[in-house]
Structures are given as C-alpha cells and as structure tokens.
Write a protein that binds this ligand. Structure first.
Ligand SMILES: [Zn+2]
Length: 307
C-alpha cells in the first residue's frame, strides 16, 4: 500500500497526546513516540492483556453516546511532521493520519447514501496513557474508538506488537486495517448501532461479534475504495492496492481473531462463548466481503443468519 507522495495530509482532526496534555515540541507533556521505557511498558501491558484473552482491537465505553461534539479531554497538537503522503509512507503516526483522512474522504460520500448523517471523527496518536472521553486509557487495550468523544485512539507502538506477537505480516495495509476498523466503529456510532447492541452478548454468533465483524467489513469497504479517495485539493491519496496489500490486511484480521489470541498467542484454551471479535476466519471473511462488494449494505452482519 503506497500513499501518493504528493497527497496532502494536513488535517487538524488528527492530533497527538497522552495523559495530561498534548504533544508540542518543547512543551509540557511531550511524549516520545515508540521509544523509551514507555514503549517497553506498553509491550508488557499488551502482552498481559492478550494473555488474559483480551482482544487488542477494542471499543471503549460500552454502549456509547450520541456523537455530539464533545471535545477530546486532552488537547494535543497537530501532527506537524505529517504533511504529505510521502510522510505517511515513512512514518506510522503519519500513516494513521493519512488513513483517517482517506476514510473521511470515502465516508463523507458513502454515509449520506446510506442515510447516515456524517461527521468526521477525530484521531489521536498517543503513547502510554491517554485521557479520553471514555475515561483514562492505557495502551494495554491497543487501538480503540471512544464513542463519547468520537475519537480513534492509536498507540503506534502497537504495530510492533501486531507483527511480532500477534503474527501479522507488518505490511502497510495491515496497519491501515487497524485504523479503518476503528473508523468502522465511528460509522456504527453515527448509525446508532453501538447503543443498540447488547455488549454482554458474546460468542461466535453473538451481537458483539457481529458488531466487530461489521467494523471489519467497513474496513474492507474502505480498502475497496481506497485508491479513489482524495485529499482536500482533489489529489488521489493512494495508489491502487496490490494482492500483497490485501494479503497484509488479511494477516492482520487473522492475527486479531479471538481463537488465534486465546490459543496461539496466549497459549490457552479456546473458549468460543467468550468471543467478542470473532475467529480469524470470520474476521478475514467479513473484511473480504467489504473489500469485494464495497458497499455498506454488504456489511449487515446483524441480518445474516450466520456470521
Ligand atoms: Zn473493534
């Protein structure tokens, strides 16, 4: 997956910040991305979370709230190093920003056609800990979406975990899939699906798994249209995806399957009744469905007899 080096990614919607303040060079609360003791701690925390059977592609805040404009709790600075697609090809924080902006371009068109009143989410790149509209979050939960402040939170050091401990192949689309999945939760928030779903209904055919598989399908819908998305000036944001790109996304979808995490990652027993995100096969299947069809309608996991 390659961003068009000339595409602009200067949105103010994606910012950086952890607990108690945002990132500003020389300012208070500055946080080094992906390094130092925080990085090591994160590594441990993500592993502990996985060992307990938790799934790192999560959704905070349970039932969610209406996406009224609530400011993120921690105000951060814009990602000043991220200006163009060339930066997104080089740096993971810029990749997060560029993927959010590409998804903005797509969903601002697609959502109204499906009767969804579209509002852009915010994105926040953080390290270690973040204050969110859903409370304090540490990086052990991995990337997540908080409905109360309509914000996608990504700690980019998770990408190392995704590859090394969960077994994704480390490709760029594997990383973008994570962002596009969380963006899918934002669409579900706008649809009102997040508040309608019983968050205690776990298991391979349960409501929680259907919710997560729909977010995977929405990530596939983004991938289907990715090379058609444009920046504010109308410049295409991405080059057409290759077969290898799609294989990367599938490797990530497989890596975060509940059966894979409970079994191979945690080395424990696979207990389907506890699943909240779906098996590797289910997650790959719904990503591919969204990728092949490219429509919101194709992602109605709640109407499917079996998911
Ligand atoms: Zn999710």
């Amino acid at each position: 997956m390659t961003f068009n080096p000339n595409a602009e990614i200067r949105s103010d919607n994606v910012s950086r910040g952890g607990s108690g303040g945002g990132f500003r060079p020389g300012g208070r609360g500055g946080i080094a991305i992906g390094g130092g003791a925080g990085g090591c701690l994160l590594l441990v925390l993500v592993l502990v979370y996985a060992l307990m059977g938790g799934n790192p592609l999560d959704l905070l805040g349970g039932g969610g709230a209406a996406p009224q404009q609530q400011e993120p709790v921690a105000e951060g600075g814009r990602l000043q190093e991220c200006e163009t697609g060339a930066d997104a090809n080089e740096r993971d924080d810029c990749l997060v920003q560029a993927t959010v902006e590409s998804a903005d371009s797509l969903w601002s068109q697609l959502a109204p056609d499906s009767g969804i009143r579209f509002q852009e989410p915010r994105g926040r790149v953080f390290s270690g800990q973040a204050q969110t509209g859903c409370g304090a979050a540490s990086a052990d939960v991995g990337p997540f979406y908080c409905p109360a402040d309509s914000t996608i939170y990504v700690d980019v050091s998770f990408y190392q975990q995704l590859e090394q401990h969960f077994g994704a192949d480390g490709g760029q689309l594997a990383k973008a899939y994570v962002v596009a999945h969380e963006y899918g939760h934002h669409i579900q928030n706008l649809e009102g699906t997040l508040t309608r779903v019983d968050h205690n209904d776990t298991g391979p055919q349960g409501a929680m798994v259907r919710l997560e598989l729909q977010a995977d399908c929405y990530a596939g819908v983004w991938a289907h249209h990715a090379s058609d998305t444009v920046d504010d000036e109308g410049v295409p944001m991405l080059e057409p995806l290759t077969r290898e790109d799609v294989a990367s996304a599938l490797s990530a979808a497989s890596a975060v399957g509940d059966d894979h995490i409970q079994g191979e990652v945690a080395g424990g027993q696979v207990i389907p009744d506890t699943w909240t995100h779906g098996s590797s096969e289910q997650r790959q299947g719904w990503f591919m469905r969204g990728y092949e069809k490219g429509t919101v309608a194709a992602c109605d996991t709640f109407a499917a007899d079996q998911v």
